[in-house]
Design a protein. Structure first.
Length: 253
């Protein structure tokens, strides 16, 4: 069931929707599509060239969160395979909503896409969202890593520099997947976005001007908070390298 494309969905409660969508459009340099859905709840962030890999959804309640859309040729068959790997089927309505063993929702869809976007160029360097990190409690870590390797059709690789990270490399896809072992033992799996930036410190300053906050600084990445209160990271990787296009990696995220 190896996906041919991967999309990250920002699920945003109504009070945060407009401002946060505008923030991520400014961060990425992408246009916001016309809204769609029965209640105008969906929109895409459209790169100047290439197929979309970031979408937004207005949700009625709960906390801001991220889910993944796995684009596959046959969602029904892929759902069966995911269930064999340990997923739970949540719903089916034109697409199939699944839940990982650790509790992260994802969707199986068949929308076509194939052309990756290029990094956005800014006055002080390039950047792009090119990775999703799954934040996994320690007791669930090994099982959840094996599950996502099975669902994504590629093995996880240990990080050469950080014992708490494993990576799933998906050549040709717009987003890489990083698996982070949390210090906390239990709790649901969640996800956050990672940007790669040619000049991380300049990128942090740009995000601050757009309304983000710095939550923590590490040697190789900065932890940020967007207007909805969601965490994301700016890393020092060369933009577009999350899936191994370039071996220069100076930050995990």
């Amino acid at each position: 069931m190896t996906p041919f494309w991967l999309t990250a969905f920002l699920d945003l409660p109504t009070p945060y929707f407009g401002r946060t969508v505008r923030f991520w459009a400014d961060v990425t340099g992408y246009e916001v599509s016309p809204v769609r859905g029965a209640d105008g709840e969906f929109a895409s962030l459209l790169p100047p060239v290439g197929d979309e890999h970031l979408r937004v959804q207005r949700v009625g309640d709960g906390e801001p969160r991220i889910h993944l859309d796995l684009h596959v040729a046959d969602p029904a068959a892929a759902a069966w395979s995911a269930e064999q790997a340990g997923a739970t089927r949540v719903a089916a309505a034109g697409h199939v909503v699944m839940r990982s063993p650790g509790g992260l929702d994802f969707c199986l869809v068949s929308h076509p896409a194939s052309l990756r976007a290029s990094p956005a160029e800014w006055s002080e360097g390039a950047s792009m969202v090119d990775q999703v990190t799954l934040d996994i409690p320690a007791l669930d870590y090994d099982a959840e890593c094996d599950f996502w390797a099975a669902v994504l059709g590629a093995p996880w690789r240990p990080s050469p520099t950080h014992a708490e990270f494993r990576r799933i490399v998906l050549p040709g896809l717009p987003l890489g997947v990083l698996l982070q072992r949390l210090a906390e033992a239990e709790g649901g799996v969640r996800a956050h976005l990672d940007l790669a930036a040619g000049d991380r410190h300049a990128e942090v300053r740009r995000h601050l001007a757009l309304g983000a906050r710095v939550s923590a600084e590490h040697l190789q990445w900065s932890v940020m908070t967007d207007p909805a209160g969601s965490s994301y990271c700016i890393t020092g990787r060369a933009p577009g390298t999350a899936n191994g296009d370039n071996e220069r990696r100076t930050g995990e995220g």
